[in-house]
Design a protein around this ligand. Sequence first.
Ligand code: MG
Length: 402
Amino acid sequence: MRQSCRMAAPSNIIALVVAAGRGTRARTASAGPKQYARLGDTTVLAKGLKTLLAHDKITSVFVVIHADDRALYDTALGELSAHPKLHAPVTGGATRQQSVLAGLEALKPIAPTHVLIHDAARPFVSAPVIDRVLAALETSSGAIAALPLADTLKRAGANDRIAATIARDGLWRAQTPQGFRFSGILAAHLAAAAAGRFDFTDDAAVAEAQGLAVQLVAGDTANIKLTTAEDMTMVERTASGQAVPDIRTGQGFDVHRFTSGDHVMLCGVRVPHTHGVEAHSDGDVGLHALTDALLGAIADGDIGQHFKNTDPRWRGAASDQFLADAVRRVTVLGGRIGNVDVTILSEAPKIAPHRDAMRQRMAEILGIPVARVGLKATTTEQMGFTGRREGLAALAVATVIF
Ligand code: MG
C-alpha cells in the first residue's frame, strides 16, 4: 500500500536487467536463449536496453548474464555495448533470484538510491511505464508495473474439471520493471538467501516477505514477457512485417467487336442482343478482363498466353473455364481472392437487368461470396467505339491475399 510519508525522489537510479536465463521454453537451435534472439533489425536484449539507456532519469544500466553467454551478449548488443551508460555485464547465479542478488551485490560500490529490476525477456518496455514506476517510488519503498486481470480464473480439479472459479477482484499480473530503494531490496534479497528461500518468482515477492511496501502501477499490455517459442514466432513475424497480410492487386481490360448474332456472353451470363461478338472463344469481355486481373495479381502472364486463340480447343469455348484456371493458379500459390470489381462499357445491351445474375455467376466461378464481387456498367456517352456500338469493353480489378 502507498505510504503516507513522502520520501526523497529517486535520484541515482540504476536499471538492473536480468538476462541470465537459459530460456529453455523458447530456445531455438539458431537463437539460443531468447534474450539473444533476433527481433527485426535488433535483438530482444538490445531492444529493451535501448529504452532503458535512453531514459533520462536512469543514470546507468547493468546487465546480469549467464557465465556461458558472454559471446552471445557481445553479438546481441553490437555497437550498443559502447553506450556510456552501460556497464560491463555481471555474471549471474543458478536461478533468477540468485542472479538478481549477484547484480545487486555488484551495485554496492555505487550505492544508488534506487534500482529498477527488469527482465531482458520484456523487450517492449516503454518510457511511460518506467515513468509510472519511478513516480510511485517517490512515496513507496517499492513499485512494480502490473496489469489488472481481465480473464476469469478457474481452478482445475481432477481431469481438468473446474473445481472453482476464483474471484479476480484485486488480482494483478506482475510485470517488470520493478523498482525499489536499493538498500531495502538488497537487504530483502540477502535475508531471503540467508533463510535459504530461493522460490520467489519476482523481486516484489522478495520485498513483500520482508514487509516492504510495494505499490502497483499500470504496466502495459505490450510489455509482454517472451516465454514460449510461439511468443518468439509471433514477435519475429511482427518485427519483420509478416503480420501485415501480403495483398496484391491486378487489373484486366478486354474488348470484343460486334458481329452478327443474337446474344452476347457477359460475366458468364447469356444476354440477348441484336448482335454477337467476334471471338475465338465465347467472347465474354467481363470474364476475360477478370481473368487477366487475377493473373495480373499473381504476375502470371495473361489469358492469351495460357489459352492461345489459335488453339482449336478454345474455339467457342465458355470463358468460365479461363477464369476457373486463373483461380486455380491463385490457389496453387497459396493465395486467396479478397474481392473483384468489374466495369462493363456498353451502350447496348443494358447491363442492369442482368447485374444480379452476373455477380452470382462470377461469385460461383471464383468461389467467393457475392458480396465480394462488384459489377458496374457505364455507357461512354456515345463516344468512341463502344459509344458507336461497335463492340463491348470491360475493365476489372482483383485483390489476392497471401
Ligand atoms: Mg477477350
